[in-house]
Design a protein around this ligand. Structure first.
Ligand code: MN
Length: 187
C-alpha cells in the first residue's frame, strides 16, 4: 500500500508500534453548509489565472467545480509536471496549484524548476497533496510552497487560500518584490 511500519522498544518500559499509510487518491470533498459568499474580488472585472497541475481527473473536476463559482478566476490545467512547466512559462499564471505525486517530475521538483526561472519565480505555488503527515507539510513549506493544502479539500480553507494567494500575487506584481512564504499552513 506504499506505507511504512515501525517499532520502538525500550526494555522494561514497553514498545511503541506505528504505521503510516498513504491516503487514498480518490477525490474527497468535505461538505460545507456555509454559503460561498461573494467576495470583493468577484465584484471587480479583473480576471486572474490559476494553473492547476494534477494528474487525477477526479481531483481536477472537483477544483473545476469550485472555481466555476468564481468568475474572476480562469482555470488552466496540466496533467503532469513537464506540461505544467511549459504552460507556466507560456501563460505566466497569477498562481499555481500543485499536486505533489505526479507522473514523471514530482511537484516539489516542478516548484524548484519554476523558482529558478525568472519568468516564473515570482508566482506563488500552493501545494495540494494527499501527503498529509506533519513532516510532509513541513518539507513542502521548506521547499518553498506558499501554502500547503491537504486532500480532502476543505472548501472554505481552499477558497480562503485562493484569495490570500491571489492577493499576495497582486502585491508582488505591484511591488516587484519577492515576498517570502509564510510558514505554517494550519492555525
Ligand atoms: Mn497525483
Amino acid at each position: 500500500m506504499g506505507g511504512t511500519i515501525g517499532v520502538e522498544s525500550v526494555s522494561g518500559t514497553g514498545s511503541r508500534f506505528w504505521i503510516e499509510l498513504s491516503r487514498m487518491n480518490a477525490p474527497q470533498l468535505v461538505a460545507s453548509d456555509e454559503p460561498l459568499g461573494l467576495t470583493a474580488q468577484q465584484t471587480s472585472n479583473q480576471v486572474r489565472t490559476l494553473l492547476y497541475v494534477e494528474d487525477n481527473p477526479a481531483n481536477l473536476m472537483l477544483v473545476e467545480d469550485l472555481i466555476a463559482r468564481r468568475p474572476d478566476i480562469r482555470l488552466l490545467s496540466a496533467r503532469d509536471g513537464t506540461l505544467g512547466i511549459k504552460l507556466a512559462m507560456k501563460v505566466v499564471p497569477d498562481m499555481i496549484l500543485m499536486d505533489i505525486n505526479l507522473p514523471g517530475i514530482n511537484g516539489v521538483k516542478v516548484l524548484e524548476i519554476l523558482a529558478k526561472d525568472p519568468t516564473t519565480s515570482h508566482i506563488p505555488v500552493v501545494a495540494l497533496s494527499a501527503n498529509a503527515m506533519p513532516r510532509d507539510i513541513e518539507k513542502g513549506l521548506e521547499a518553498g510552497f506558499f501554502r500547503y493544502l491537504t486532500k480532502p479539500i476543505r472548501v472554505n480553507e481552499f477558497m480562503d487560500t485562493l484569495d490570500l494567494t491571489l492577493q499576495v500575487a497582486q502585491a508582488r506584481a505591484a511591488s516587484g518584490k519577492r515576498i517570502k512564504p509564510v510558514h505554517g499552513s494550519k492555525e
